[in-house]
Design a protein around this ligand. Structure first.
Ligand SMILES: [Zn+2]
Length: 60
């Protein structure tokens, strides 16, 4: 089961977006069980992607 399919009961948003603490804990739990990426790794990847996007914008 992927956390992308879950809707948060607290903020009614996709759990994958982690809009509230309930989402964050739920997402962390899912990833913990699946043995996938951890939250710090995801955050780092997001920051890297964001930095890359900004650099591309500046280049153009
Ligand atoms: Zn939520």
């Amino acid at each position: 089961m992927s956390c992308e399919d879950l809707i948060c009961a607290s903020c009614a948003g996709p759990v994958v977006e982690a809009r509230c603490p309930a989402c964050q804990s739920a997402r962390a739990q899912v990833h913990h069980h699946s043995g996938g990426l951890t939250l710090p790794v995801i955050a780092m990847l997001l920051l890297a992607a964001l930095a890359l996007a900004v650099m591309l914008q500046v280049a153009h």
